[in-house]
Ligand binder design. Structure first.
Ligand code: 5RP
Length: 229
């Protein structure tokens, strides 16, 4: 296992210790969360942990089922005790860029329904400035694509339509939408950028998670650091 995979796994395992019996939890998406999901499955089997999970993507849904995690919905549980998710960038105030895995909209909905959001990352995700060497994923209604791209360009962003890895066409989210990966360079005012983007008709959601995370478990080469807001 590479040091990064090892760091991701250690961060995930530490974060899962926050889950208590009876919790209803949000299950984020991505390769780091996958370690958390299998650890939750282990705790269910070996420690008789009783929890319910709300998945943020079909991929997470399938993995959670495979790991024996009982699932629920926001209809049944509109308030969650805890949400554990990954991130693509984390600044020192625990503001985040998320969405390279394409699940940003459901992830933000689930995070907003949770009493606490814990982020799990390896240390390469830490940044001094959001947007530095990192595009901002923005989920867009396909019908509105050209208009949204034009408006984003006028705001100073360089939008690029995300393609499927096999080159067979645009990447489509679990919600049937497209993703624009937008280069804004360093994002000085993330909160107002998020609000400005959300005002464009056809923008479903942005990958800026501002003031939402309470703690971040950061896997380093040797240990796990806990960052608090
Ligand atoms: C998906 C996400 C992921 O949490 C983010 O991309 C991090 O993924 P990974 O743990 O694989 O690096 O936001 O929409």
């Amino acid at each position: 296992m590479s040091w990064r995979e090892d760091a991701k796994k250690r961060a995930a395992l530490e974060a899962v210790k926050n889950i208590e019996d009876g919790f209803v939890i949000g299950l984020g998406s991505g390769s780091t969360v996958a370690y958390a999901i299998s650890e939750i499955g282990r705790r269910i089997k070996e420690e008789n942990l009783r929890i319910l999970g709300v998945p943020t993507s079909y991929k997470t849904f399938l993995l959670a089922v495979e790991c024996g995690i009982p699932l629920t919905t926001l209809n049944e549980h509109p308030e969650l005790d805890l949400d554990i998710d990954g991130a693509d960038q984390v600044d020192k105030e625990l503001n985040l860029i998320k969405g390279m895995g394409g699940a940003l909209t459901r992830e933000k909905i689930v995070a907003s329904a949770s009493k606490a959001l814990i982020i799990i990352v390896d240390e390469t995700k830490l940044t001094t400035s959001l947007g530095k060497d990192q595009p901002l994923p923005v989920e867009v209604l396909p019908f509105a694509l050209p208009l949204v791209m034009d408006k984003i360009k006028r705001m100073g962003g360089k939008p690029k339509l995300r393609e499927r890895k096999d080159g067979s066409g645009p990447y489509v989210t679990d919600n049937g939408n497209f993703i624009l990966d937008v280069d804004f360079d360093i994002i000085k005012e993330p909160r107002s950028l998020d609000a400005d983007l959300k005002r464009i008709p056809g923008v479903i959601e942005t990958g800026l998670f501002i003031g939402m995370a309470e703690k971040a478990y950061v896997g380093t080469k040797t240990d796990v650091k806990i960052l608090k807001k």
